[in-house]
Structures are given as structure tokens and as C-alpha cells.
Write a protein that binds this ligand. Sequence first.
Ligand SMILES: *Cc1c(COP(=O)(O)O)cnc(C)c1O
Length: 226
Amino acid sequence: MNITENLQQIKASIPKHVTLVAVSKTKPNTAILEAYQAGQRVFGENKVQELTEKYESLPKDIEWHMIGHLQSNKVKYIAPFVSLIHGVDSFNLLKEINKRATQNERVINCLLQIHIAEEATKFGFDEKEVIELLQSEAFQDLKNIKIVGLMGMATFTDNENQIRKEFRSLKQLFDKLQTLSTQGTLSTFQHTTLSMGMSGDYQIAIEEGSTMIRVGSSIFGERNYH
Ligand SMILES: *Cc1c(COP(=O)(O)O)cnc(C)c1O
């Protein structure tokens, strides 16, 4: 696996407005440093402990994204440094992020995770829930979080049409929230980020409007969980 070459190839194949998050979960610091030497600065992890350890031992100009399911009781460990939390899937989690961000005198950027897949195992809000959340007064009170967009994961399948359909539905919701926001129905949001697409489906995701892709194995090789 040549990490530098993989990165350059992916970078060359995606439009400039699309941010590449290099998903380094399970990979050693040496692999991350190789990507870093090749110019990559945005990395994603899905476990709090691993993320915290890597943050502590790697260069401080890395932007760390938490991309996995986040438990409320672990927010405090990443609140001092995390630059984007992708998978916010409940109001309680948002409240906890706000609390910890306040303690750290920061505003933490978040993406709301939307459930677009057929699989019930995946997390996230549905359309009605997300609109209700964004309109609620309790939400307006959270001054130390900033919702910068949405995140979603498509069904794990070879059926490209289904993947495309799911990404399209997420983009439609993204646009709808934007419209509601300009009409004043939602408090003003500057949604800029639509995080969708992984190694197997990022091309489709970009065609359907993704602005941020989360790519692991196509950069670092297959993960070995043993
Ligand atoms: C692991 C992971 C990715 C990257 O997966 P690859 O298929 O290796 O690119 C993207 N998003 C999330 C939420 C992940 O957990």
C-alpha cells in the first residue's frame, strides 16, 4: 500500500470543493505521518480513546474529526481539541457537547446524522425529527455548538441505484433545510457541509452533492481488527 500515491490519486479525482477526511482508525501513527508528509491535514477517527491518543502524539496542526457513534459520557475527552463531530444523533448528545464546549471556551462544529439507510442498525434523525430539533427553543439556547451541515451513511450494498437514491434523499433534505432557513422558518443556519461517501461509494456521493468524503481503506489499505 503506498499511502502517498493513494492520496494523490484520490485528490486528483475529486473536485476542489470536496474535503477529503482521511479515516485513520486502527492505523498506526506511522501511516498517519506518511499521509501528513503528503500534505493531508484532516483525519477522522471513530473511537474516542484512539482519537485522543493520536491527537496527543501527532502534529498539532492536524484537524481531527470524530466520525463514529459518540457516547455522551465520552464527549469531555475530545471537547478540548476536536474540530468536527460528524455523527450527532440526539438532542442529549448535542446538549453535552455544548456543555463541554462551554467549559473549554470553544464553539464545536457538528453535523447532524440523518438516517438514510435501510438498515435499522445505523444511527440518525429522520427528516421530521431534524426539523423539530432545529426549530426548538431548547436548541436555540445551545450557544457553544454550531451545526454546519448533515452527515449520512448509505446502506452497505452493491446496489448502486439504492446508494444513489439514499444520497439523493440526504441532499434533498440538506437543500430543504437551507430553503427553510432563508425563508426564516428555521433560525439562520449556514449549512456548508454535506458529509457523505466512503471508499466504496464516494464517487456516487460526490455526483449527488457531497462536499466532504470520509475515506479510509482506499488510502490506508484494508483494516485488520485482530
Ligand atoms: C470507517 C468509516 C469510514 C471509512 O470507511 P472506508 O470504507 O474504509 O473508506 C467512513 N465513515 C465512517 C463513519 C466510518 O466509520
